[in-house]
Each structure stands twice: as C-alpha cells, then as structure tokens.
Design a protein around this ligand. Structure first.
Ligand SMILES: Nc1ncnc2c1ncn2[C@@H]1O[C@H](COP(=O)(O)OP(=O)(O)OP(=O)(O)O)[C@@H](O)[C@H]1O
Ligand SMILES: [Mg+2]
Length: 274
C-alpha cells in the first residue's frame, strides 16, 4: 500500500476531471463529470467519486494540484498550474517521444510544441471563439438532433462532406440549417463540421510549427471524425492516448508528485547536513 497519494484536478469549461496517483506515479483511478457551470461543486464531486472508488482517505492525499479554467476556485488545493504545463506533462508521461500536443476542449483549443526533454516550447491558444472547439460540435449536435458521441462514426463513414464556409459558430449553424433544407444528408454535414474544426486547428498548429509525433488530448480527441480530418489535413498520424480527456489532470498529478519528491530530497539534504 502506498504511504501517500496525489490528486490532479482539471476543472475545464465543459468537464471536471480527477486522477489519483500513488507515490510511485501509478494512476489508480480517474473520474470525469460535466461542470454545467458549477465549477466548485463538480470539482468536489470528481474528488469524492475517486476517493470512494479507491477507498483512499482524504488525509492520505498529500497534494491536490489543479489546472484548467476553474483551477483557482478549487478549495483546499496545494497549487494550481496552467493547462499548457499540465497537458504537456501528461502527454510526455504517456509517451516520452511526443513532440506536439493538440488539446481541443469545450471552450478552447491549444497547440503545444514540446522540446525533446518534455519541456514546453512554443504554444498557441484559441480561447476567443467557439469555432474550433468542442462547444462548436455541441451546438451543432443539438441543431442536428444527434448525440455528440455518434458524430465521429457518422463522419468517418460518410463518403461526402458538406463545405461549411463560415468560421463563426452562429453563422455556421444557419449554414447547417440551410444545407439540411436543401436536402444535404446529416452524415455529410457532420463530416463537414469535423473538417471545419480540423481546418481551424490546423491554422493554430501551423503558427506553432507542426512537429511529429503528435498527440491529441481533450474530449474532442474522442471524436473520430475530427481526428480523421486532422490527420488528413496535417498529413500526420494523430496519437490518441486511451483516455485523452484526462491528460491534463494526469499531468497535474505528476507535477504534484515531482514537487513532493523534490521537497523530500531537500529535507534529506538539510537533515544530513545538520
Ligand atoms: N464521447 C464523446 N464523443 C465525442 N466528443 C466528446 C465526447 N465526450 C466529450 N466530447 C467533446 O469534448 C468536449 C469537452 O472536452 P474537455 O472535457 O476536454 O473540455 P474542457 O477541458 O472542460 O474544456 P476547456 O479545456 O476548453 O476549458 C465536448 O465539448 C465535446 O465536444
Ligand atoms: Mg481542458
């Protein structure tokens, strides 16, 4: 049994994510819940869910590291870190040869270049507009009357794709409605929407300097349509970790563990010298 545990909490605009690590860095469990605008409450919910699931007591958790849009509002945190740092660290821990991370969440998208030693190099973020984010897909799923998690399969099985010319979510929604009125089939529209996101993210990634191997993180990496279009447009394979949505929380947990280890080493040196 581990003597202590570390929790990484990623409180995003769409979902709250928690990962619990033991002192060796082994990931014991994770939890994901929608935030629905209640950041503090959803943070507490994922935290309690993971503790109940593993049977680990709150006292045994030596550090809680937070990241994401709501990172500063979490109570009883040890430290908060930026999403860029945490996604990069989580991706590097999952696959140490990774050089580029594309994170597409509910509200923003990010492209991060990693140095060969895992340090963050250049990065770019789109947090001004819903186009090129999961929110765009959520709005469109509602307009089309389909579920978010069926969009990916629909897109990859469609031979045709609709050309969506608007980059703005509001205008693109009107465009989708008129395409449907003209008899365009839903799978073609969905594929066109996935392509529109991929085009947008391609612009972002190009400004950073696309360097393979590339990993995709964030909830949108679960959408095979976006993944497929991105790999076609970038002409590169997209590496998708088994749970792309929790990579930021994993990175936060790992950074917490490293902080504890560093401070223990310092204490050891002080005790040895006194
Ligand atoms: N099963 C699924 N299939 C397809 N897409 C999904 C699925 N689950 C989540 N998504 C997409 O993931 C998005 C949320 O991603 P994520 O949880 O990474 O966001 P977030 O971290 O809360 O947001 P941000 O980082 O922008 O603040 C949703 O908007 C949705 O488009
Ligand atoms: Mg996020």
């Amino acid at each position: 049994m581990s003597a202590y545990y570390v929790m990484g909490l990623d409180i995003g605009s769409a979902t709250a994510k928690a990962v619990l690590l033991d002192e060796s860095g082994y990931s014991l469990a994770f939890a994901v819940r929608p935030t629905r605008g209640r950041l503090v409450q959803s943070a507490e919910e994922v935290k309690q869910e993971i503790l109940a699931h593993t049977g680990v007591s709150e006292e045994a958790v030596k550090a809680i590291i937070t990241t994401g849009y709501g990172r500063d509002i979490v109570q009883n945190k040890t430290k908060s870190l930026t999403e860029i740092t945490c996604h990069a660290r989580g991706a590097y821990a999952t696959m140490p040869n990774i050089r580029f991370v594309i994170d597409i969440g509910g509200q923003d998208s990010k492209a991060i270049l990693l140095e060969p030693d895992g340090q963050v190099g250049r990065f770019e973020m789109n947090d001004k507009c819903a186009a090129g984010t999961g929110r765009f897909l959520e709005v469109m799923a509602r307009t089309l009357g389909i579920h978010l998690d069926e969009m990916g399969d629909m897109a990859i099985h469609s031979e045709k794709y609709s050309k969506i010319s608007s980059t703005c979510t509001v205008f693109a929604e009107s465009e989708v409605i008129s395409l449907l009125a003209q008899g365009e089939e839903i799978p073609a529209v969905v594929s066109g929407l996935c392509r529109a996101i991929a085009e947008r993210v391609y612009g972002l990634a190009s400004r950073v300097g696309i360097t393979p191997p590339i990993m995709m993180t964030g909830g949108v990496a679960k959408n095979k349509g976006v993944v497929n279009w991105l790999s076609r447009i970038l002409n590169q394979e997209m590496i998708i970790p088994p749970e792309p949505q929790i990579i930021g929380a994993l990175g936060a947990g790992i950074m917490g563990l490293e902080m504890i280890k560093k401070s223990n080493e310092k204490m050891n040196i002080i005790t040895q010298n006194t």
